[in-house]
Structures are given as structure tokens and as C-alpha cells.
Design a protein around this ligand. Structure first.
Ligand SMILES: Cc1cc2nc3c(=O)[nH]c(=O)nc-3n(C[C@H](O)[C@H](O)[C@H](O)COP(=O)(O)OP(=O)(O)OC[C@H]3O[C@@H](n4cnc5c(N)ncnc54)[C@H](O)[C@@H]3O)c2cc1C
Length: 303
């Protein structure tokens, strides 16, 4: 209930204005978003590299309604790729297709993505296309497949809460497309998504067992110790070595677990969001964990 309410509130422009202009909430958001510009994100990536982890930079933004905004987003991704290369960082980029204009036109969005994936390919880097709400799943997979026909420098994300995901994974793997497996962060109806944590977790493990032996370099993105343990156990049983996949976690979440995995010799990539448009991302993080919301409310309404 609370999760659904927070995800609904993430669409409110009034709440967005209040939260993003309030000094306390801006400070609290820094736990999840290191800054509004590229420079602090690059610093955060450098710190991750020093701690033995790679990074993925996400310039926050989604559902843009003008071509100019989509082109600006596309340019910011190319700039991020250039700056990563200049600074010799172990980092790639993650982006959302609605940030590149998917709500405006599929063809226009596909063109914008191809400009970024070409740049990534020239720099021998990689673009991860995040997965958004289910209204975008088909189009995202389609556009990623088109881009991937041109370069291997692009992959996408599959959400374990969607009932369709096993089929999508098999389809994408058949062309060698790299996949990041997540549980899923949006509000979806039970006809298309598993409603309970138990079923989502069971599907996550089932899908992980398809991804790991596939021969494709995939990512298991979760902070859930049970999912991580299941992955480690399965990899050991199948003699899948630690260089054949990576774990991914979000900036500022379970940093203890991130360091522990590095110490155990696993590859860990930290997803680092930056930018002014952090409100929906912040709300999704609150929705994931009631304790985050409690912490937030206590700080904002502290006498
Ligand atoms: C690298 C990365 C990329 C992602 N990309 C996408 C994407 O493209 N599309 C998409 O739909 N979703 C994406 N997600 C979000 C994902 O779908 C989940 O919503 C999120 O990861 C929480 O699920 P969980 O697997 O950590 O497990 P959960 O069962 O939600 O949590 C397990 C435990 O992890 C910790 N935890 C989880 N979330 C938080 C939090 N916000 N704050 C503090 N602790 C927390 C808690 O200890 C919790 O008990 C991504 C997640 C990661 C890590």
C-alpha cells in the first residue's frame, strides 16, 4: 500500500516542487544522488574505482516532452562518455529511453540512442538502457535490439517482477545482448507482474539461473543478501568464475555489502545517478524501503 502510494506521489508536480526546493530534503537526497552536475558523479565514480568497484553514471531525467530536452539529454550522455574516457575511469553510462524522447517518437528516440551507442562503441565503452514502467517494455526491447544490431556496446535491463521476463531474457540472450537483472521498481498490475515479494524473489533466482550459464556477461543488480547468496552458490555449483558476471548496486545503498563482495573477489558496479531531476528516482528509493521514508519524515519534520 505504502509503496503504491509513494510511486503514485512520484508523479505529483506539487510534491516535486516542495521536495526539490526544500534544503533538508535536498540534503537527504544526497544519500542517493551525489550531485546535480557531472563533476560530483565523476568524483563518486573515481572513489568507487579506488575501492575496487566500477561505476555506471545515470544523468537523471525521464519522460521529456520536447525534442530539445531529449537532444540535450543525448548530448549529456556523450559528454559523460567523453569525460569518463578523459579521466580514464572504469565506468559506463545508464540511461532511460523516455529521457531520449520515447514519449515523443519511437524513431526519434532510436536515433538519439544510436548517437550515444556509436560514441560508446568508438570509446570501447557501454550503454545500459534502463527498463521503465511496463508501458515501455516492448518499445525498449525493440529499440535496444535495433541499436545492438549495429554495436555490442549496448544492453538493457529485465525486471523479475514481470511475468513475461523469462521469454524476454531468452530472446535477448539469443542475440548475445547483455542483461542487468533487477526486481523492478514501478507500480504494475498483478495481471502482468507478480504481486508478492516471495514470487518476485523466486522468479529473480530462476532468471539468474538462466543468465549466469548463458556465456553472456550479465549483471545481477540487487541489495538483497538472499539473492546475492543464491547467485554465489549457483555460480560455485556450476563452476562459473567471478569474472563471468557482475553484481550491481545503487549509490549509497548497502555500501557494507558492496565492500564485502569486493573483498570476496566479486565484480561490483555502483549505479551513480546525478542531475537536477532527482525527484522520481528519490521517491522510488523511498518506496523500496519503509525505513527510508521514516528517516526522511523524521528529519523533515524535526522540531
Ligand atoms: C544497479 C541497479 C540498477 C537498477 N535499474 C533498474 C531499472 O532499470 N529498472 C527498474 O525497474 N529497477 C531498477 N533497479 C531497482 C530495482 O528494480 C529494485 O527496485 C531495487 O534494487 C530494490 O530491490 P532489491 O533487489 O534491492 O531487493 P529488495 O527486496 O527491495 O530489498 C532487499 C534489501 O536491500 C536493501 N534495500 C533495498 N532497497 C533499498 C533502499 N532504497 N534503501 C536502502 N536499502 C535498500 C534493504 O536492506 C532490503 O531489505 C535497479 C537497481 C539496481 C541495484
Amino acid at each position: 500500500m505504502l509503496r503504491a502510494l509513494l510511486l503514485e506521489l512520484a508523479k505529483s508536480s506539487r510534491l516535486r516542487r516542495w521536495i526539490t526546493s526544500n534544503g533538508t530534503t535536498r540534503r537527504l537526497a544526497q544519500r542517493f544522488v551525489p550531485g546535480e552536475d557531472l563533476a560530483p558523479a565523476l568524483d563518486a565514480a573515481r572513489n568507487c574505482n579506488r575501492a575496487g568497484m566500477s561505476a555506471s553514471l545515470d544523468h537523471l531525467g525521464e519522460n521529456v516532452v520536447t525534442r530539445e530536452d531529449a537532444e540535450r539529454a543525448r548530448a549529456s550522455y556523450n559528454e559523460a562518455l567523453d569525460r569518463i574516457a578523459d579521466a580514464d575511469l572504469d565506468a559506463n553510462v545508464s540511461l532511460k529511453l523516455t529521457h531520449l524522447g520515447l514519449d515523443i517518437s519511437e524513431e526519434f528516440c532510436a536515433q538519439q540512442l544510436r548517437i550515444v551507442t556509436r560514441r560508446a562503441s568508438e570509446l570501447k565503452n557501454f550503454v545500459r538502457v534502463d527498463m521503465e514502467g511496463s508501458a515501455y517494455t516492448d518499445r525498449t526491447i525493440q529499440i535496444v535490439k535495433q541499436a545492438r544490431a549495429e554495436t555490442e556496446s549496448v544492453g538493457t535491463v529485465i525486471q523479475a517482477y514481470l511475468r513475461r521476463s523469462e521469454e524476454d531474457i531468452r530472446d535477448l540472450l539469443s542475440s548475445g545482448c547483455r542483461i542487468r537483472l533487477v526486481k523492478g521498481a514501478y507500480k504494475e498490475p498483478s495481471e502482468i507482474a507478480f504481486p508478492g515479494k516471495k514470487e518476485v524473489d523466486a522468479n529473480f533466482i530462476k532468471l539468474m539461473k538462466i543468465l549466469l550459464p548463458s556465456g553472456v556477461y550479465n549483471a545481477i543488480a540487487t541489495h538483497d543478501p538472499n539473492m546475492i547468496e543464491a547467485t554465489i552458490r549457483f555460480a560455485a555449483e556450476r563452476d562459473i568464475t567471478k569474472d563471468k558476471f557482475e553484481f550491481q548496486m545503487l549509490y549509497g545503498i548497502r555500501t557494507d555489502l558492496q565492500s564485502r563482495l569486493v573483498r570476496q573477489g566479486y565484480r561490483v558496479r555502483v549505479y551513480i545517478p546525478f542531475g537536477k531531476d532527482w525527484f522520481p528516482y528519490f521517491m522510488r528509493r523511498l518506496a523500496e524501503r519503509p525505513a527510508n521514508l521514516l528517516f526522511f519524515v523524521r528529519n523533515v519534520f524535526r522540531p
